[in-house]
Design a protein around this ligand. Structure first.
Ligand code: BMA
Length: 811
């Protein structure tokens, strides 16, 4: 008889069992969704307000110190002789005690692991009560830190003392809503003789190693049959004493898996059947992709390279950092993941970095990335803190790492393991050494444990000890430009986005700029009266240290700081878009010395002012459009060299790019001051820098723009900041045509118009425009496609809060 799995997702209830619970909730037992979390259960029961709206987050802080009890009725046939019955939890959030009819069967304290309990002797065939009790993870962490010593971290709660998603406890973009619950599948597994505990298919370009691990209930000879797509069947004998076996398969004729933009994403099914005397005991199904990956860290005149190489092809990483896509994790579905990952692909990105303050993502996430050719850089989930190397933390971190590395190895999109986020940097720079004294801080994980674990479980992928770090130099600072990875946060925190020009990192794995979410997202999460920079509700949805002041300082460096909230909202969004464009083009223009740009961040986990380019409701911020343009395989932009503008033509395609660029110096009124032509001859996967010629007869810098056009691409450069530019404040006219999918909006300019955008979500919450941040010269027009199901007044597209540009901020 083969493995039989029965989901246990029905009949659950939940109730609070202790803590500062409001009286109207303390007495209530409510239906529970499994997989799920206490917040969504209470929300579904109508007992709490939506935690993402207004100031509700603060009002729900009582969850932090509350304990809970989930119950369901289990009725299952008792185990037959020789049969095993396992109760399997794929994920428990977090500090749990599991009981069957009041008998404790296990305790857990790590949401990043799965758990299996042998209940063969406990299941009676009658109705039995299955109970999962959750204690406050915060109180557990506080107790543990008292025992093993408090370690540095940047936020109040000791997230580094419990293996729960770090950002569960609040982050500089995330709410402090501490969930609890059965957050992944739970089931009963009934089996005999043996079962598959893990399969690790390790694929390279022409070879597949398949490791099969089994658990046995009987010491008999077994056989595993391994099917790899068209590449045939292999038999792996597993003699009576063997807990594991390995098959080596050459697949020289295999079609390769390539990242997006480099070729196809061929995925090959793999099945492993575990057999005893011809009967199938258990099976494993997955997919693999054949590709090689390595990290080129060759020393050179600048320091050492940090270049990801897939199938011998060096990849310039056009990436985005990824955070959990909804703080209430159990609401994330395959569909929402697909949509979010697709937002990265549509922005011309080729990599997502699963950041270390979140979770090991679900299989769905990596499946989508495999299919779309989006590379995945996977952090071990340790972020911004010192971590104890003592028990019980150490065993939990290692167990969780073993389990998840094993789970994720089939995915070809996963191309780099990274020790953690900013932990090595923090230890060096953030005063931890003094605070720690003799306490451990996690070095052993990054430099010994993870490399050893990967050597045993996955020697096919490169490892980097931390983002940022400089592993190729024993002397260099972790954030040194010349080695490894760099996070560039001075630009946002203290300087300006132009600060990027001073650095040429080998790989910039974090940099970014904040802006508020789309207007419709603000309107649906805050009361109308709270749509102010200084309202308590708006500030609760701005978590960054000095966030609004930094936004204002950033705007002020380039533009007049608007008083009106709507104007400010647009100015902040525009500045984020410009910051994004500036940094990305700078980094790309320095290829191949720089070989990676991973913007902080793609997504949000609730409605918030943050560095995300897609907001918490899934709406595209203007910066998303700026990023899409800056990440175009062929991009054109003015960058700074020796203090002046140079035209950079970046060609991240396999074909040589030959074109003519028309370079014009034009007055805002359309008068051409100077016109030049330049031949663009950019090698495949290369960059050309084209001097614009000196001296440029700029004339009046307040009224002159430098414009380069090549095919459909345009780059512009201004000679003064916006607050000194003599923009025409209302230089455009609009005509609108209704079409099946919405509207076509044609905007015609009578004077130079900078960063033209239609903020159509202000007209209808579902409206999306196809393009934003267009520069028009006098006499030019552009037709925008607006997709919406709403019926709109055509005149509304010309409303000042909808029809935006840099010009509209100067009037
Ligand atoms: C980096 C990230 C996050 C943080 C972001 C913005 O340090 O790793 O910890 O949210 O910057 O401050």
């Amino acid at each position: 008889m083969g493995m039989r799995k029965t989901e246990l997702h029905t009949g659950w209830t939940v109730r609070a069992t202790g803590g500062p619970v409001p009286p109207e909730i303390a007495e209530r037992t409510v239906p529970a969704t499994v997989p799920g979390t206490v917040h969504t259960d209470l929300l579904d029961a109508g007992l709490i307000p939506d935690p993402y709206l207004g100031e509700n987050e603060g009002a729900l802080a009582w969850f932090h110190r509350t304990s809970w009890r989930y119950d369901t009725v289990l009725r299952a046939e008792p185990a037959a002789p020789g049969e095993r019955l396992d109760l399997v939890f794929d994920g428990l959030d977090t500090v749990a005690t599991i009981e069957l009819d009041g008998v404790e069967i296990g305790r857990t304290a790590n949401m990043h692991r799965g758990y299996r309990f042998d209940v063969s002797a406990l299941v009676t065939g009658e109705d039995q009560t299955l109970t999962v009790r959750f204690a406050s993870a915060l109180e557990y962490a506080e107790r543990l830190q008292d025992e093993i010593g408090e370690r540095p971290r940047p936020y109040p709660h000791p997230f580094n003392a419990v293996r729960k998603m770090a950002c569960s406890f609040g982050w500089d973009w995330g709410p402090d809503l501490q969930t609890a619950g059965i957050w992944k599948a739970v089931r009963l597994e009934r089996w005999q003789t043996a079962r598959i505990t893990a399969v690790r298919p390790l694929a390279t370009r022409d070879h597949l190693t398949v490791v099969v691990d089994v658990e046995r209930a009987a010491g008999v000879n077994l056989v595993a049959e391994i099917y790899v797509g068209e590449h045939g069947r292999r038999r792996l004998p597993l003699p009576a004493a063997a807990g594991s076996g390995t098959v080596e398969i050459d697949v020289e004729d295999a079609p390769l898996w390539w990242p997006i933009g480099y070729g196809d994403q061929t995925l090959v099914p793999i099945t492993v059947k575990l057999l005893y005397q011809g009967d199938i005991l258990d099976r494993f199904d997955s997919r693999v992709g054949f590709r090689d990956v390595r990290l080129d860290e060759t020393p050179d005149e600048h320091g050492s390279a940090f270049t990801l190489v897939v199938n011998d092809q060096p990849i310039f990483v056009r990436g985005l950092n990824w955070i959990p896509d909804d703080h209430l994790l159990t609401r994330i579905t395959c569909t929402t993941l697909e949509r979010a990952v697709n937002r990265a692909a549509l922005a011309n990105a080729n990599l997502l970095r699963v950041w270390g303050g979140g979770i090991w993502e679900s299989d769905d996430f990596y499946d989508v990335c495999d299919e779309q050719g989006i590379l995945v850089w996977q952090d071990f989930p340790l972020a911004c803190a010192a971590y104890a190397e003592e028990e019980p933390i150490r065993s939990e971190i290692l167990a969780e790492a073993r389990e998840n590395v094993t789970r994720l190895v089939p995915h070809p999109s996963l191309i780099l393991w990274n020790g953690g986020n900013e932990n090595i940097w923090g230890h060096e720079d953030w005063g931890w050494k003094e605070a720690l004294g003799d306490l451990t801080w996690g070095a052993r994980y990054y430099y010994e444990d993870f490399p050893a674990l990967l050597a045993a479980l996955d020697p096919t992928r490169p490892y980097h000890p931390g983002s940022p770090s400089s592993p190729l130099s024993s002397q260099a600072h972790p954030n040194d430009d010349r080695y490894g990875t760099r996070h560039e946060w001075e630009a946002w925190n203290r300087e300006d986005y132009t600060f990027h020009d001073q650095f040429v990192p080998r790989f910039c794995s974090e940099f970014g700029w904040q802006a508020p979410p789309a207007w419709a997202t603000l309107e649906s999460s805050l009361d109308a009266a709270d749509l102010r920079k200084d309202s308590a509700a708006f500030l609760l949805h701005q978590k960054a240290e000095g966030g609004n002041a930094k936004l204002d300082a950033g705007i002020t460096r380039h533009m007049r700081l608007p008083d009106d909230f709507g104007d400010w909202h647009w100015a902040a969004q525009l500045n984020q878009a410009r910051a994004t464009r500036h940094a990305v083009l700078h980094l790309r223009s320095h290829a191949p010395r720089t070989m990676g740009s991973i913007l902080w961040q793609l997504n949000d986990c609730w409605p918030v002012t943050s560095w995300a380019v897609v907001d918490g409701a899934g709406r595209l911020k203007p910066a998303w459009y700026a990023l899409r343009a800056a990440y175009e395989p062929r991009a054109l932009g003015f960058v700074v060299r020796d203090g002046g503008p140079v035209l950079a033509a970046v060609n991240d395609s396999d074909a040589r790019w030959e074109s003519r660029a028309q370079i014009r110096l034009i007055g805002f009124d359309g008068k051409v001051v100077e016109e030049r032509w330049a031949d663009l001859e950019v090698p495949a996967r290369g960059v050309s820098l084209i001097p614009v010629g000196e001296p440029l007869p700029v004339g009046d810098p307040a009224r002159t723009v430098l414009v380069a056009d090549a095919g459909s691409l345009r780059a512009t450069h201004l000679f003064a900041e916006d607050y000194d530019l003599a923009f025409d404040p209302s230089p455009v006219e609009v005509s609108v045509r209704a079409v099946d999918t919405g509207y076509e909006v044609t905007v015609s300019a009578s004077a130079y118009t900078r960063d033209l955008a239609l903020l159509v979500d202000r007209l209808a919450p579902d409206a999306v425009v196809d393009e934003m941040l267009v520069d028009l010269l006098p006499g030019e027009s552009r037709t925008f496609s607006v997709t919406t199901t709403a019926t709109l007044d055509p005149a509304a597209f010309a409303a000042p809060e909808v029809l935006r540009s840099a010009n509209s901020l100067t009037g």
